[in-house]
Design a protein around this ligand. Structure first.
Ligand code: PEP
Ligand code: MN
Length: 288
């Protein structure tokens, strides 16, 4: 018996050898090839100005993918629900202006082809991780998929949902740890940092972390981002807004443009260290 046996019902997701890895290609961006990829942008697409200002700044700071919700899963029916198609059009315009790839959430199976027309990566949100009709429709678009861990899902549950995507013919899947529900109330969710090395050790898929939804508190985001990097994540998904206090959703956990610049500068030496550790020749040099 091995502790890894608990993941046996996600067979296509599991590593067949220690360096068995799936590299995800989204536009010109590769995820899972040893680099560290930052996906950043607002929780929701609000206006052209808001999105373009954010996209230009995060690109300059080193992000490679622009995030932004056009279809928003909101816990209240009275909250802003997203701009829908207009939001997708704005994301495509921001990609044209900056060269960033675009990741955005798809909430309904029927919308999958439409979202795939505009996005380089389809996001399956936490609340949808076990929506199997949506997983099937998203897989069939052929676009890479960012699969977020459900807030009450175990690592094994996450891998089973990934298996569902692979079984529908799409292995271009990125796993995302975004915090889970526990008895702790100090943060919005509890960032399960251990899930990162667990996933890296058992699964062939790239793993990224979302410190924004894990923390729920802006000032904690850079520290959780550093922890994710140190734990072996392949990248980050981070909420950034030009005026976080005026954001239409998740402002309290969104970094300002300046805070994002500072976080990226703080992460740079850690990224370098990580790159050196992943290159055997350099690692040997360091030891010598
Ligand atoms: C989001 O990324 O804005 C989002 C709604 O995330 P989650 O599904 O992790 O709550
Ligand atoms: Mn959000």
């Amino acid at each position: 018996m091995s502790w890894k046996d608990q993941f046996a019902d996600a067979p296509d997701v599991l590593k067949r050898s220690p360096d068995d890895r799936i590299i995800v290609h989204a536009g010109r961006v590769t995820i899972g090839d040893g680099g560290f990829v930052t996906m950043a942008g607002p929780c929701s697409v609000e206006t052209e100005r808001q999105l373009l200002d954010t996209a230009e700044r995060v690109a300059r700071a080193g992000a490679q993918v622009l995030r932004g919700g056009a279809f928003k899963p909101r816990t209240s029916p009275y909250s802003f629900q997203g701009l829908g198609l207009e939001g997708l059009r704005l994301l495509a315009r921001a990609r044209e202006a900056t060269g960033l790839a675009v990741v955005t959430e798809v909430m309904a199976a029927a919308d999958a082809p439409l979202v795939a027309d505009y996005a380089d990566i389809l996001q399956i949100g936490s609340r949808s991780m076990e929506n199997y009709a949506l997983l099937e429709a998203a897989a069939h678009t052929g676009r890479p998929i960012l699969l977020k861990r459900g807030m009450v899902a175990t690592v094994a549950d996450l891998l089973r949902s990934a298996q569902c995507l692979l079984s529908h013919g799409n292995a271009q899947v990125i796993l995302c740890e975004r915090g889970i529900r526990t008895f702790e109330t100090a943060t919005r969710n509890t960032f399960d940092v251990a899930a990162i090395p667990v996933l890296q050790s058992v699964s062939r898929l790239p793993v990224i972390a979302d410190p924004s939804h894990a923390a729920g508190i802006r000032e904690l985001v850079p520290t959780l981002a550093r922890a994710a990097l140190a734990a072996g994540a392949d990248g980050l998904l981070v909420e950034v807004h030009p005026h976080p206090d005026q954001a239409w959703s998740d402002g309290e956990q969104s970094l300002s443009l300046g805070e994002f610049d500072a976080m990226m500068a703080d992460l740079a030496p850690w990224c370098e260290l990580r790159a050196r550790r992943l290159q055997p020749a350099c690692a040997l040099e360091t030891v010598a």
